[in-house]
Design a protein around this ligand. Sequence first.
Ligand SMILES: NC(=O)c1ccc[n+]([C@@H]2O[C@H](COP(=O)([O-])OP(=O)(O)OC[C@H]3O[C@@H](n4cnc5c(N)ncnc54)[C@H](O)[C@@H]3O)[C@@H](O)[C@H]2O)c1
Length: 250
Amino acid sequence: MGAYALEMRFTGKTCIVTGGGSGIGRATALRMAAEGGRVAVADLHLDAAQACVDQIRAAKGEATALPCDVGDAAQVKAAISKAVAAYGAIHVVVNDAAMMTFTPIVEIEDADFFKVVTTNLGSVFFFAKYGVPHMPAGSAIVNVSSVHAHATTENVVPYAASKGAIEAFTRGFSLEMASRKIRVNAVAPGAVDTPMLWNNPNVKSGAEKIAGAVGRPEDLAAAICFMASDDAAFVNGATLIVDGGRLALL
Ligand SMILES: NC(=O)c1ccc[n+]([C@@H]2O[C@H](COP(=O)([O-])OP(=O)(O)OC[C@H]3O[C@@H](n4cnc5c(N)ncnc54)[C@H](O)[C@@H]3O)[C@@H](O)[C@H]2O)c1
């Protein structure tokens, strides 16, 4: 036995994890596979997704890499079709892939604003609309939000707005999915040790204070896997904040 006894909560289940090539998505894909899931790792960067898949296969897990820009409906449909062709029904979708910009609203190009919204929020819509027809009763969707949905800094309005909308989407869509018995929840990370955190100029400059509360990708994977599993059978339409207590600080 390792450091802890791993439950096998995803045995017999197919899980799509977007943004699975790095950070939180990667840690989630690895954990779902370690718990018996067949994992479709979808990412803009196929090499990164494939590296995650190689690691899963090296540990005798089952996974496949899918190239996908989650902000493009045609690519989302194609990724879902490939996952269904490989594994059959889809039981878990984790919408993790996202992007940020760092330009004030009065200066940002229209196209750049809508690229953030389409990548972060449009992807949640696309995987809902095109994924749900392949998801049986008992399936779960987990959308990755951010503490920026609740408290934020300057110059990241498109990101913060898209994350706030993800939480409202999660709440409303959970109602629409109740009759299908598909749960829809969100996880809102605080600062997590990934490239996205350390590439953020507001974090580099100190404008965004992380107050020493930096989580590991595995901490978020644990929360996402809980929400995606039957352990969370009575959790629906909810957002779980996983930030080491950062939002509690005045
Ligand atoms: N790291 C943090 O501090 C933090 C805090 C709050 C929320 N989050 C959220 O967690 C999620 C994961 O972030 P992370 O920190 O692991 O980032 P990361 O940069 O480590 O990984 C993001 C992954 O998403 C992929 N990606 C980006 N755009 C894509 C697109 N259009 N289509 C498909 N894949 C795309 C990237 O290639 C990358 O592999 C995001 O939703 C992010 O907003 C992160």
